[in-house]
Design a protein around this ligand. Structure first.
Ligand SMILES: *Cc1c(COP(=O)(O)O)cnc(C)c1O
Length: 396
């Protein structure tokens, strides 16, 4: 008999009932160190006092009005994002998937209004993830996500990750945009080298294409800059944001230049909940924290500390771990042992980590993690490695 919750997830046998900072408390009382942060969502950890205050204050004042009216919290958050980034304008939605939907619509509308309605195609990359809507799965294109869900939304060309020549050769008079994650998340924490991101920007400029970045996972301070593309010194035309921006409250956004957004006039897009007072109250508090002087410097310092400790862990256990990769506090442990075994052994060690493609375990801790918690996480990973090694020696 089907479960009352649609069985689309393979869930771990864990039931968390409370969160405190970097810690998750299981129904049985065990305290898990949370190195997953709800898949890079709880950017300021669990139950951060500033976010709790922002949400409860807004909850006792006004929850929802719809976008029939002005929403001051939404205006404030848009102003903050415009001040802090390349963008001239922001649309708010409730998830990364919805951000992808608008990014695709906006790029197509841009060329339509420019009198080039044939430019509808997106170049996207192997291993990418852009959400589970019809546009999102068509953009990613993997068999795993698209199987049985045809006909797929047309207009996406899938290319090998980071193969500049293949990308260049695929551009024709139907191409509208290049859509890419600066650091692939679900794909196994694969950073696109800065030179490659610069190369994509150059290609877009050369051919009059839009560069659309998916920073749903790697954005909002995760890599040690407010947005990951800043490391490459380039700017996109359109950018998708979600996950960390709401700190755990469902919130997404599409940021764009005035030029790229020029086709999106009144009536061309909308959302009932998008940019509601609750989500934006929390989003404002998240942005205030992440852009406060010194916050990202501290993220970078801690990222260096975690990476150094992980390099030592990998060197000490070459039969369990192969390498560390990623950027800032978005790190991947490429495993030799099956990543499923590593993640289960981590649960046994009361440590939450997140599996990804390419046999990689993701470490995406709250950006507020302390030095002591970083040391504790690596100690627990040492125990994980030892547990896997002793299991393997028994099996031999
Ligand atoms: C999670 C994710 C999405 C989808 O976001 P949802 O909020 O789950 O809809 C899109 N792109 C990337 C890169 C993501 O990591």
């Amino acid at each position: 008999m089907i479960s009352s919750v649609l069985p689309t997830y393979n869930r771990a046998p864990l039931h968390f009932v409370k969160g405190e900072g970097s810690w998750l408390i299981e129904a049985d009382g065990r305290r898990f160190l949370d190195m997953g942060a709800g898949i890079a969502v709880n950017a300021l950890g669990h139950a951060h006092p500033a976010l709790v205050a922002a949400l409860t204050e807004q909850a006792s004042t006004l929850w929802h009005t719809s976008n029939l009216y002005h929403i001051p919290q939404q205006q404030a958050l848009a102003d903050k994002l415009v001040d802090a980034t390349f963008a001239d304008t922001v649309f708010f939605c409730n998830s990364g998937t919805e951000a992808c939907e608008l990014a695709v619509k906006m790029a197509r509308k841009y060329f339509f209004e420019k009198g080039q309605p044939e430019r509808v195609e997106f170049l996207t990359f192997d291993g990418s993830f852009h959400g589970r809507s019809s546009a999102g799965i068509a953009a990613a294109g993997s068999e795993k996500m698209t199987h049985g869900f045809g006909p797929l939304l047309p207009g996406f060309k899938h290319l090998p990750f980071g193969d500049h020549d293949a990308i260049s050769a695929s551009i024709d008079d139907k191409t509208a945009a290049i859509l890419v994650e600066p650091v692939q998340g679900e794909g196994g924490i694969r950073p696109l080298p800065d030179a490659c991101l610069k190369g994509l920007r150059d290609l877009c400029d050369e051919h009059g294409l839009l560069l659309v970045l998916d920073e749903v996972q790697c954005g909002v301070g995760r890599t040690g800059r407010l947005f990951a593309h800043e490391w490459a010194g380039i700017e996109p035309d359109i950018m998708m944001v979600a996950k960390g921006i709401g700190g755990g409250f469902p919130l997404g956004a599409v940021l764009a230049t005035e030029e790229a957004a020029s086709g999106m006039t009144a009536g061309t897009h909308g959302s009932t909940y998008g940019g509601n007072p609750l989500g934006c109250a929390v989003g404002n508090a998240v942005m205030d924290h992440i852009t406060a002087p010194g916050f990202l410097d501290d993220v970078n310092r801690k990222a260096g500390l975690l990476r150094q400790k992980l390099e030592a862990l990998v060197a000490g256990h070459p039969d369990v771990f192969q390498s560390v990769r990623g950027s800032g506090l978005m790190l991947g442990l490429v495993c030799v042992a099956p990543v499923g075994d590593v993640v289960s052994a981590a649960y046994d060690a009361e440590l939450a980590i997140v599996p990804a493609a390419e046999n990689t375990a993701r470490l995406l801790p709250p950006l507020t993690i302390t030095d002591e918690e970083i040391a504790e996480a690596v100690t627990r990973l040492e125990n994980v490695a030892q547990a896997i090694q002793s299991k393997e020696s028994v099996a031999l």
